[in-house]
Ligand binder design. Structure first.
Ligand code: 5GP
Length: 209
């Protein structure tokens, strides 16, 4: 069985990437979402083990020391990281694994896994992004300000992604992203076993003619 695709989905805070990821998991088989570890406190309604593994700074440091994270980054005032075992096992089992992570982590993943697919979800406008953050109602005005500020820095890293998707229509976005992931399997670099097989079959066939 061929390995699954490692898919990074990033986007400014409030852009709606969580909803997109949720829809991908609902609509299609063979997608798995990696649950990150974070030192951030849970928001109302968030569950340990489902939304994040909420851990202390010391526990986070231990995970780094034991090489249990594929990547980690500091975002605003907290640390976030991707646990290694889950990702590697699911890819091996042929599933596409989604990492919903910020831009520094995305860069680290591309370096370690050049075959990964990096997708950036962007809003139709800056004003729309601000409105979405306000209407979510989960953050203080101060946090919203720091997230809008962070968006400026993140916008400078979009060029390092493979694809950008503007989230103005949820259905279209989800379909487009699924198509990108499906197409990724057809990359020549992912089909080396098949290529070897057809080359050797052709040679054998020629001998038998
Ligand atoms: P939030 O606090 O809104 O849940 O997440 C803040 C940012 O951290 C988001 O951009 C989210 O995608 C990112 N993030 C979540 N988990 C990880 C992770 O494991 N690694 C990295 N690098 N970023 C993450």
């Amino acid at each position: 069985m061929s390995k699954g695709t490692l898919v990074v989905i990033s986007g400014f805070s409030g852009v709606g990437k969580g909803t997109i990821v949720h829809e991908l998991l609902n609509r299609y088989d063979n997608y798995k979402l990696s649950v990150s570890a974070t030192t951030r406190k849970p928001r109302d309604g968030e569950e340990d083990g489902r939304d994040y593994f909420f851990i202390s700074h010391d526990e986070f440091d231990d995970m780094i020391a034991c090489d249990k994270l594929i990547e980690y980054a500091k975002y605003v005032d907290n640390y976030y990281g991707t646990p290694r075992d889950y990702v590697e096992n699911e890819l091996e089992a042929g599933n596409n694994v989604i990492l919903e992570i910020e831009i520094q982590g995305a860069g680290k993943i591309k370096k370690k896994h050049p075959e990964s697919l990096l997708i950036f979800v962007a809003p139709p406008s800056a004003k729309e992004l601000h409105n979405r953050l306000l209407s979510r109602g989960t953050e203080t005005p101060e946090v919203i300000r720091s997230r809008m500020r962070r968006a400026i820095e993140e916008s400078e890293g979009i060029e390092n992604y493979d694809y950008i998707v503007v989230n103005d229509n949820l259905n279209r976005c989800v379909e487009e992203i699924n198509n990108m992931i499906e197409l990724q399997k057809n990359k020549v670099s992912r089909q080396l076993t098949y290529i070897k097989k057809i080359q050797s079959e052709l040679r054998e066939y020629w001998k038998g003619e």
